[in-house]
Design a protein around this ligand. Structure first.
Ligand code: FES
Ligand code: FE2
Length: 363
């Protein structure tokens, strides 16, 4: 970490209780040095989601991702085991798999045709006769830790980090009654935003504070005054009773049931649950002031109004995009450095900022 980044990290005081807390400094949302340090310590040091299990269910199915700037491939082997590797050819470093997801009998590098087995071992090396001191068995793809929870595939680039189960903590136990496994993936939407990835996460974690102001449709079916916020481990769960009677018609038609639950897992993953309806949000940094948010929509078999449900979610996302991009512009203003947090609403943001500070404090 450079001295400059260390100085910026020191500006946040993680020990203040919520009632006295400030947000993280604005510079953390636009400083390039913080961005690169964050890549290493936050995205390179934790378990992060890269895709869905249904994308890699059968032998030969693979998906690619970028984590902390590193190209990654996750592939199901013939033996049924899921493995992850750096998607970097051992010859001259080209990406071996170039599609977002696919199916293959072997992983063949498109550059000079080196071929790796689904287990990462180097199998085929064209035109390499006469090369001395070259051990094929030591030239396989470099492995990465991989794990699965519910529908979600995680990887961790840090060999010293704990197990996925420890990282998730109480989350699996708490989510179990919601029956995530009974819902099936149906569709994906991808949004590119002109804001730092943390602005989107902050917005998600404000405990419904913005709902009555930004999301009038959603606000009309949530019981805002009974909305709860609870932190545990690296997670925050926001829950609200629902009352669709008298709510805005389109939203009310696809947000029935008694409760909404919104789970966030540090650093960049969310699961939003309504009865029979679920979506996950994965927030990916694309640069210091750009991010991509991937929404995967899942439904129980009994839910038929799928397109309408996705349309309601898309409208909410458009409302969030507007305010997130406005915040990013404001964070760059000389008029702003830090802000205060609502004790009633913004405990999730406080947890997020303290976890960030803890990771960014690592060398
Ligand atoms: S870089 Fe992959 S075969 Fe040459
Ligand atoms: Fe929102």
């Amino acid at each position: 970490m450079t001295r400059w980044v260390a100085e910026l990290v020191r500006q946040y005081d993680p020990n203040r209780p919520l009632a006295l807390a400030e947000t993280i400094p604005a510079s953390w949302y636009f400083d390039e040095g913080v961005y690169f340090h964050e890549r290493q310590t936050v995205f390179g040091g934790n378990w992060v989601v890269v895709g869905r299990v249904d994308q890699v269910r059968d032998a030969g199915q693979y998906l690619t991702a970028e984590v902390a700037g590193e190209p990654i491939v996750v592939v199901r082997g013939r033996d049924g085991l899921l493995r992850a590797f750096f998607n970097v050819c051992r010859h001259h470093a080209a990406a071996v798999c170039t599609e977002p997801a696919g199916r293959a009998t072997a992983l063949k590098c498109p550059y000079h045709g080196w071929t790796y087995g689904l287990d990462g071992e180097l199998k085929g090396v064209p035109e390499f006769d006469g090369v001395c001191d070259f051990d094929k068995s030591k030239s396989g793809l470099v492995p990465v830790r991989v794990g699965v929870w519910e529908h979600f595939v995680f990887v961790c680039l840090d060999s010293n980090a704990g197990e996925l189960a420890d990282f998730l903590g109480e989350l699996p136990m708490r989510v179990a009654p919601l029956g995530l496994g009974t819902m099936k993936f149906v569709d994906r939407r991808t949004y590119d935003l002109n804001c730092n990835w943390k602005v989107f996460v902050d917005n998600y974690l404000d405990g419904g504070y913005h709902v009555p102001h930004i999301h009038q449709g959603l606000g009309s079916v949530l019981d805002y005054s009974a909305y709860t916020i609870e932190n545990f481990g690296r997670c925050c769960v926001q829950s609200s009773p629902l009352d669709s009677s008298g709510g805005e018609a389109e939203t009310a038609s696809v947000r029935g049931g008694a409760m909404a639950h919104y789970y966030w897992l540090y650093p960049n993953f969310m699961v939003n649950w309504y009865e029979g309806i679920m979506d996950s949000n994965l927030v990916l940094p694309l640069g210091v002031d750009r991010c991509r948010v991937i929404f995967d929509f899942y439904f129980a078999d009994s839910v038929t109004e799928r397109e309408r449900s996705i349309a309601v979610s898309e409208r909410i996302q458009q409302e969030d995009i507007g305010v997130c991009e406005s915040v990013q512009r404001g964070l760059g203003s000389r008029a702003y450095n830090t802000g205060r947090l609502s004790v009633r609403r913004e405990a999730g943001e406080h947890l997020f900022h303290r976890l960030l500070h803890s990771d960014l404090s690592k060398a």
